[in-house]
Design a protein around this ligand. Structure first.
Ligand SMILES: [Zn+2]
Length: 253
């Protein structure tokens, strides 16, 4: 069924959540919009103004690396201020209750970890933009360090001691998907009896594969998203209300 009304949405959600033994939340940009994180892909989003820099361009050109960092520091105002929203807090409550063993996200904003979910239980399909890694040796760098060097060097991106390029720990277009994260996401999808997609349009690969995989394995499927998705007909419950409003009653503080 499709719930357009908040009251119906909450009571249907409650029924399915209470009946489930193991819930796998799968989150996308929509859960973070109330936190001030822009949805890159939406109309008017960042990517319609600035084409994303593909991985091979980042690797090939120092201008692209500098530009990529310049853009990242412009966005820092939104990322640094952002606090977990009602959706994040509700999922963290379900995690604490023991019903959610881990969570899969397409988001790079670190807000699930900030809401209290252990970093090892947040599976990030697109990485994390709140810190950086050397692409050659894997050394971790904090953004504040990168920014200091960047600004002191006339807006040029610093390199690692090993000579490797330093990039936010995100997965760029054209960069290979993180193998371990993909495997864990698949195993969790097959193990859950309720797959809870929140704020994802479920279009971008690999996100599109998981709801189907869950359904085939006998799990119930809930989709909470403002816009219709391709999987709505397959879902046991579709919620089209505001995400924060729908999940707020599940926050246990
Ligand atoms: Zn290095």
């Amino acid at each position: 069924m499709i719930a357009f009304e908040l009251k119906t949405a909450i009571s249907e959600l409650r029924g399915l959540i209470e009946g489930a033994k193991s819930i796998l939340p799968f989150t996308g940009a929509g859960i973070s919009t109330e936190c001030g994180i822009p949805d890159f892909r939406s109309p008017g989003g960042l990517w319609t103004k600035n084409q994303p820099i593909p991985f091979d361009a980042f690797m090939a050109s120092s201008d692209m690396r500098n530009e990529s960092w310049r853009r990242r520091f412009v966005m820092e105002e939104s990322f640094a201020k952002a606090q977990p929203g009602r959706g994040h807090r509700a999922l963290a409550s379900l995690y604490r209750s023991g019903k959610v063993p881990a969570l899969v996200t397409q988001n790079i904003d670190n807000l699930h970890q900030a809401s209290g979910i252990s970093p090892r239980d947040v599976i990030e399909l697109h990485g994390n933009t709140t810190y950086a890694l050397c692409l050659a040796c894997g050394e971790r760098y904090e953004l504040s360090w990168v920014r200091e060097k960047f600004e002191a060097n006339g807006q040029r991106a610093p390199a690692c001691n090993c000579g490797g390029y330093i990039k936010t720990a995100t997965i760029s277009f054209g960069q290979s998907m993180p193998v371990n994260a993909m495997q864990r996401a698949e195993a969790l999808t097959k193990a859950c009896d309720l797959f809870l997609a929140v704020g994802s349009s479920l279009v971008v690969w690999p996100a599109a594969g998981f709801p189907l995989m869950a359904k085939r394995n006998g799990a119930a499927l809930i989709i909470i998203n403002r816009e219709p998705t391709e999987f709505d007909e397959l879902a046991d419950l579709v919620v089209r209300t505001d995400i924060g409003d729908a999940l707020a009653p599940f926050i246990v503080s």
